[in-house]
Design a protein around this ligand. Structure first.
Ligand code: ADE
Length: 272
């Protein structure tokens, strides 16, 4: 049974994973274009990690410019077994205060104009996204964040907006009415693509602000987000160490890894 190899997609404020032994930086090609950054691989104990900085070195890629397909494809080519995304998020709920880590389990996708599938152009597939997050990986990540000392909230609906602007107050209130708990600009189409790549995906969002729904408060400021992410970077790295320590030695496969078995509609003799 293959061991764990965790792909990490680090968001704002997490440009390198730290703590990796035998680390190497490698350029990984993809049939879908250029990944956001080279892949930093290494291990913590017996667990392999491969890390991509979602916004690129020097934070040069806006959420709409990130090549999500290339990032997922590059991690798949590196042989990762699971993908854990770490992202800055805004809060749509009073109780999810800045500093809280949220292990999101649902998404509402409001992004537009991003490549969101590996399929099409002669090969049609429809994977299920009913449960877009791997419950096992999410639970392991939540426990690891708790062990690292972070306040963790389990479950939550992430509203993915196109950005790069933050939401208006009216949008922010509407997302609350829709059942959104947190808001961000990057988990979609990442989660969709991970499912198509048959990679279990989970996300730890770090709340950096209260978005724009609180009348008494000014809108979101980037300074505020970066300050919280800076404070949290060490906790995020500690979380990876705790995760490596807590992973069960045997990695039992999950159903997500066969998501394509029943998803491809095009008959095999019509494949490219
Ligand atoms: N990332 C961090 N805070 C955010 C917010 N309020 N809206 C969208 N993305 C965010």
């Amino acid at each position: 049974m293959p061991g764990w190899h965790i792909g990490i997609i680090g968001g704002s404020g997490l440009y390198e994973p730290g703590a990796l032994e035998d680390s190497q930086v490698i350029s990984v090609g993809s049939a879908f274009g250029t990944p956001s950054s080279p892949v930093t691989t290494g291990r913590i104990g017996d667990v392999k990690f491969s890390f991509i900085a979602r916004h690129g070195e020097g934070h040069r890629l806006s959420p709409g410019e990130v090549n999500y397909r290339a990032n997922i494809d590059a991690l798949k080519r590196c042989g990762v077994t699971d993908v854990l995304a770490i992202s800055a998020i805004g809060s749509l709920r009073e109780e999810l205060a800045p500093g809280t880590f949220v292990a999101c389990d649902q998404f509402i996708d409001r992004t537009v104009g991003r490549e969101r599938s590996f399929f099409g152009e002669g090969l049609v597939a429809h994977v299920s996204l009913a449960d877009p997050v791997c419950a096992r990986l999410s639970d392991l990540a939540a426990r690891a964040a708790e062990a690292a000392g972070a306040p963790v909230h389990r479950g939550g609906t992430y509203v993915a907006i196109e950005g790069p602007q933050f939401s208006t107050r009216a949008e922010s209130r509407m997302f609350r009415d829709w059942g959104g708990d947190v808001i961000g600009m990057t988990a979609m189409p990442e989660a969709r693509l991970a499912r198509e790549a048959e990679l279990p995906y989970a996300i730890l969002g770090m709340v950096t602000d209260y978005d724009a729904w609180r009348d008494e408060e000014a809108g979101v400021e980037v300074d505020e987000i970066l300050a919280v992410m800076k404070q949290n970077a060490a906790l995020a790295r500690q979380t990876l160490i705790a995760l490596a320590t807590a992973l069960p030695p045997e990695r039992v496969p999950v159903a997500i890894e066969t998501a394509l078995d029943s998803a491809i509609v095009t008959p095999r003799d019509h494949w490219l």
